[in-house]
Structures are given as structure tokens and as C-alpha cells.
Design a binder for this molecule. Sequence first.
Ligand code: SME
Length: 151
Amino acid sequence: MAFEDLKKEVNLIISKTQLSAKNRLTEICEALRTSIPYYNWVGFYFANHETQTLHLETYVGTPTDHIIIPFGRGICGQVAVSNENFVVPDVTSQDNYIACGLDVKSEIVIPLFKDGKNIGQIDIDSDSLDPFTKEDEIFLAWVNEQVVTIL
Ligand code: SME
């Protein structure tokens, strides 16, 4: 599915005010994973700035042990500190990386900003090597902009 069609689906999910924010986030994860063949694990981590940790809010894909990630650790933890997109075409090239599954070959993490503050991130693992383009970054930043409206 093209990103433009997927945007419509995301907007529809965001507008389901009868569902909790968490349930809507889970539906967004499902929609993304179902629509984009190289999105194999899709989840949202939320930041706790007091404890300097990321907490897995919801996800779809293979269950992970990494429910809590300290700021600075792994790709996710680095984005909590840098406030910048992190695209990893090949996870084997990263020293500061937390492996979530043997099939994972690449990862993209896009920070989630509310009122200018980095409050979390969308994290996507792919079983494909080097699948992410600038289009994914732009699309996922757009998804995060919609998500903050319900947080
Ligand atoms: N690979 C991530 C950990 C989270 S899992 O991808 C679900 C990282 O290095 O931060």
C-alpha cells in the first residue's frame, strides 16, 4: 500500500475516540505492519525523563524482552538522547545495538515530539537489509505528529 493510502488509514484510527490512546496506537502499529512488507516489528516507546528510561507502550511483532531501555542504550536509547531520526541499514554495523530477534537486519527509530519535547519514539525492525528511504522517515515523522494529538 502506498504511504498516501496508509495515511488515510492512520487518520481513521486516530479519529476513533471511543478507543483509548493505547488501543489506537496498537491499531496504528497493526496497520503499518500489515501494509508495508518490510515493517516486521512496529512499536512505540515512551520516555520517562525522571528515570531516564524508555518504556514499551505497545507493539506488534515478535515479543521482545526489551520493555524498558535506559537512555543512551541501543538505537532507541540513543534517539532518546539525540532527538534525531536514526536509520540503521544493517544492524550488524552497530556497536551500541540491542538485538531483539535473530531475523532483524535493519531498524528505523523516529522521535516523537510533544510541545518540542522528545517524549518517545516509533521503532520499526525489518527482516530486510537496507529497506528504509527518506520516504519512510517523512512518513513516520508524519505518523508521530498525528499520534501526539491523542496523547
Ligand atoms: N533494537 C533496539 C531495541 C528495541 S527492539 O528493536 C524492539 C535498540 O537497539 O534500541
